[in-house]
Design a protein around this ligand. Structure first.
Ligand code: IDP
Ligand code: MG
Length: 162
């Protein structure tokens, strides 16, 4: 099924000048960019985006994460493809970079562990946010993008990959 997902290139991806290389990973897989913009979000927006994090990881992680996501602008993307929500999470790799496999974005470009981050009051700088499931993808896409910022068009992969 063709789906859409929200991806953020987090501040560390932007500040480490990795946007192009990260975008290439998705483009190489034949995934279509249907929305893209740079945004510097505020506290309120960050907390809305990260709804549910405090329940899952605790207040301390939420604060750490909100500070992280506001460090610099992020690049927000809506990506489209076949079962793209799960495919993008596979390309991105697991949450904690020390556990992310080589070949994934997180596995190739970062390596910090959850324990080191929390013991040293550091962020889990893992470069990317990607929606977890269909429900959160729909919520996050409508939070970040208006309808007029999303585009329907054909790419070569519509013929050769899909
Ligand atoms: P995900 O980004 O792989 O979906 P989530 O569990 O949704 O992972 O957590 C959101 C983000 O919160 C992570 O990407 C990471 O940056 C941050 N995070 C998760 N656990 C911790 C932690 O224990 N300490 C600090 N930051 C964390
Ligand atoms: Mg998540």
């Amino acid at each position: 099924m063709i789906e859409r997902t929200l991806v953020l290139l987090k501040p560390d991806a932007v500040q480490r000048s990795l946007c192009g290389r990260i975008l290439s990973r998705f483009e190489d897989a034949g995934i279509k960019i249907v929305g893209m913009k740079m945004v510097w979000i505020d506290d309120k927006f960050a907390k809305t985006h990260y709804t549910g994090i405090a329940e899952r990881h605790g207040e301390r992680v939420l604060k750490n994460l909100v500070d992280y996501i506001k460090e610099a602008p992020v690049v927000a993307l809506v990506l489209e493809g076949v079962n793209v929500i799960d495919v993008v999470r596979k390309i991105v790799g697991s949450t904690y970079p020390n556990e992310s496999l080589p070949g994934t974005i997180r596995g190739d470009f970062c390596h910090i562990s959850k324990k080191y981050a929390n013991d040293n009051n550091k962020k889990v700088g893992n470069l990317i946010h990607a929606s977890e499931d269909k429900k959160s993808a729909e919520r996050e896409i409508s939070l970040w993008f208006s309808k007029s910022e999303l585009f329907n068009y054909k790419i070569v992969h519509d013929i050769h990959v899909i």
